[in-house]
Ligand binder design. Sequence first.
Ligand code: FNR
Length: 389
Amino acid sequence: MSAPDLSRITTIEDLRVVAKRRVPRMFYDYADSGAWTEGTYRANEEDFQKIKLRQRVAVNMEGRSLRTTLVGQDAAMPLAIAPTGLTGMQHADGEILAARACAEFGVPFTLSTMSICSIEDVAAGTGGHPFWFQLYVMRDRGFIEALIDRAKAAGCSALVLTLDLQIMGQRHKDIKNGLSTPPKPTLANLINLATKPRWCLGMLGTKRRTFGNIVGHAKGVSDMSSLSMWTAEQFDPCLSWADVEWIKKRWGGKLILKGILDVEDARMAADTGADALVVSNHGGRQLDGAVSSISLVPAIADAVGSRIEVLMDGGVRSGQDVLKAVALGARGAMIGRSFLYGLGAFGQPGVKRALEILYKEMDVTMALCGRTQVDKVDQGILVPGTYPA
Ligand code: FNR
């Protein structure tokens, strides 16, 4: 199959529009929705827009570089792909394709516990190129140990431990689409599925797959409804900082704590000795009514930035957003939906295009703000009074 011509795809929004056309409604909505009123989901995007940039002139803009390190690992720009469950629902073999695009581009890819392609599938599909593995804390500690061992065996170069999903938030669209409840296929859903010729359910990829990392362990989980029930039973509502310490010790490698949205929690995260934390509200999918991620980056970076790398995610839809996050003290940003739209629209080339778009936007913006090296970016590129202190 020849590569699609993406020369006119110039924004993440372009990718979103194509993905919406190509991905069946219930899977597009799964990616695109937030919890309850979706207020926090919207705030994540809107708060970036409020931050204004200072244009500078007559500065030598040659020799620019976005190159950096994230948890000590080289990255072409301060960006990583966030873990997203069921990515293989956006495109067949979705996790493998996205991981390949990241390997080609030079930024970390994070595989979710709840992926369609397994840890081993992704390791094989990327020729052993290291990726990050995201872990949820489940009641069954033996299963956690097994997942950690599998991630180690696959050569994963960091463990991303997600802390903000002790219990599941609720998204109205998923319930209405019949995604997380016992399936009641509506006529609209059936027509939608039948009329999306370019769509491939992850499970029908190059190899028949179900829920890659949990299959075998989670007996009886074969569809979305049984998966939801298993998740509700397994995810541990009693998660504590002692569990984090235990997982850190058991893993023994680079550890990133994801889902921090409070300065006090950030201090606790730094106290564990983890390598990084991610300021995150799960893309507005958990606590609706919580503040945007970007609004807390300065306070958290101030409080713990000297002890632990501060990453952030939520609402990053342009290279300008990545630059603003860095200016406010983040070491880097992670993207969820921005890469999912690319994947749903065009598969691997779509994810690569998303990364190229963000890179180009970040590079040009940094230069027009009068900076040439990403490690020299600070609040001086922002207009005072337009960003959170
Ligand atoms: C997520 N997120 C997520 N996080 C995580 O730690 N494990 C997971 O399995 C998932 N699953 C998931 C599915 C989908 C469809 C989305 C959109 C998000 C949250 C994700 O890692 C990240 O925090 C957000 O996506 C960041 O917000 P943006 O970039 O999507 O606005």
